[in-house]
Each structure stands twice: as C-alpha cells, then as structure tokens.
Write a protein that binds this ligand. Structure first.
Ligand SMILES: CC(C)(COP(=O)(O)OP(=O)(O)OC[C@H]1O[C@@H](n2cnc3c(N)ncnc32)[C@H](O)[C@@H]1OP(=O)(O)O)[C@@H](O)C(=O)NCCC(=O)NCCS
Length: 214
C-alpha cells in the first residue's frame, strides 16, 4: 500500500505518510497541478523528487484536498486556502503531511545516517549524547532532535531562527516517543509538544504548540 501510515494526533490534527513505490506515470493518475506547481515540477531533475512531489498530492487527496488548495508564501511555506494548517516533508521514498484545523503544525522525515554525527555540533550541544550506548543510538537520537528542530522551524517560519541558539529540545527516552521543546527568539518564549516514530531506518518527527503552556 502506498499510503503507509496515518496517525490521529488529537481531535483536530492528523498526519499521513506515503511510501513511494509507484512509477512516475502511475503517480500522475488523478493529479492536476496548478501552473505554479507545474513549473516547479518541470524544474525537478531527480525522479525521486518528482515522485515525492506527486505523492504529496495523493496524501492531500486523503484529506479531500487537491494541489489548487495549497498556497505557498514567499518563504516556501505551504498554507491551505480554507485556513486549516499544513506541513509537508519528503525524504527519499517517504513523504508525509500533517494537517490541523486549529493549530500550527510541523513535520519532518529524515533518513537515519551517520553523516549527522559530523554536523551535530551545528544544531545541538553534542556533549549531551556522550552517555548513549553506541553510535547507532547517537545517530537515532540526533536524527530525532534534528527532525524536531526542522519541524519547529517549519511552524515558526522566521528566517534567522538558529537551531543551536534558539531551539531547545528536552532530553527524552526512545521508548517515550515524545518530548517537549522551547523556542526563545527575539525575547519571546514559546512551548511545543514533539512526537516521533521510527520505521525502516527513517525517523518522522512532528510538532504542535503546547496549548497548556503558551
Ligand atoms: C525549509 C526547510 C525547513 C525544508 O526542510 P527539508 O528537511 O530540507 O525538506 P523537507 O522535505 O522536510 O521539507 C520540504 C517542505 O518544507 C516546506 N517548506 C519550505 N519552506 C518552508 C518554510 N519557510 N516554512 C515552513 N515550511 C516550509 C515545503 O512544503 C517543502 O516541500 P514542498 O515545497 O515540496 O511543498 C529547510 O530546508 C530549512 O531551511 N531549514 C532551516 C535551515 C537551518 O536553519 N538550518 C540550520 C542548520 S544548523
């Protein structure tokens, strides 16, 4: 099944993940792009990217939306015309969207890769990870923290937000599959709930505002 997973986050928010296994031709079925998106699509050199882009339109259809219901702002952030909130992610053959009727949301899917060890110091205080049992566990944890920060960046949408300086993800246990995070930016403090899941060496993280604390 190309629709890989759906999760009900709460009454107002849910997400869906697609595993891209179809041909590009198959993915075109029932998809109509706006001229803006068609132009973007025409510029995509990688077949993987084109297929991911089309699969997002199938995920939209799961929620009764089509490409024309999406509007991108000048920063590339997607919005839904009906006022509901959306966030979009793609990583290799997995893609995902999260939609909420009431709150800003962010989602990120990342492949778990050792490469993250080399850039960890740019986005998180690396000392915190030294107690973990092995490199695989460090890669898993860093990927979750990175995904949390990407999700929050997608919610916040401000240029200049530093992953290292402005976003703090609270330490967590893998089994909890959740944590919290804070953004401190330009004198404002905001709180978020983070949840994550891992599958087939990928990590999906999603973020919502913590209504009790904000
Ligand atoms: C924009 C950004 C969040 C995209 O994340 P990514 O992991 O590269 O790619 P993903 O596939 O997960 O997400 C891409 C989607 O994000 C969405 N997006 C793009 N810009 C966005 C923005 N400013 N705000 C919210 N969402 C955005 C789009 O929907 C896009 O997919 P689409 O154009 O096909 O619809 C990312 O490139 C970025 O700029 N991150 C911040 C950079 C940064 O500060 N890094 C610090 C490193 S220490």
């Amino acid at each position: 099944m190309p629709l890989y997973k759906t999760i009900t986050v709460n009454e107002e928010t849910s997400l869906a993940i697609w595993k891209v296994e179809e041909t590009e031709e198959k993915l075109w079925e029932k998809v109509k792009l706006t001229s803006h998106c068609q132009t973007r699509f025409n510029g995509m050199k990688s077949e993987l990217h084109r297929k991911a882009f089309l699969s997002i339109r199938h995920l939209l259809a799961e929620y009764g939306y089509e490409d024309a219901d999406l509007i991108y702002d000048e920063n590339g952030k997607p919005h839904l015309k009906d006022g509901n909130f959306i966030s979009i992610t793609h990583s290799h053959n997995f893609t995902g969207i999260i939609i909420s009727t009431t709150e800003h949301v962010g989602i990120d899917i990342e492949m778990q890769r050792d490469k993250i060890l080399r850039i960890a110091h740019k986005f998180t205080p690396f000392e915190e990870y030294k107690t973990l049992a092995n490199t695989a566990a460090v890669v898993r944890k860093l990927t979750i923290v990175w995904g949390a920060k990407e999700s929050l960046y997608k919610i916040y949408g401000h240029k200049g937000l530093s992953f290292l300086e402005h976003i703090n993800v609270k330490d967590f246990l893998f089994d909890a599959q959740k944590t919290t995070a804070q953004i401190t930016f330009k004198g404002n403090l905001s709180h978020y709930k983070i949840k994550f899941l891992e599958f087939e060496a990928f990590t999906c993280v999603y973020a919502t505002r913590d209504k009790e604390l904000n």
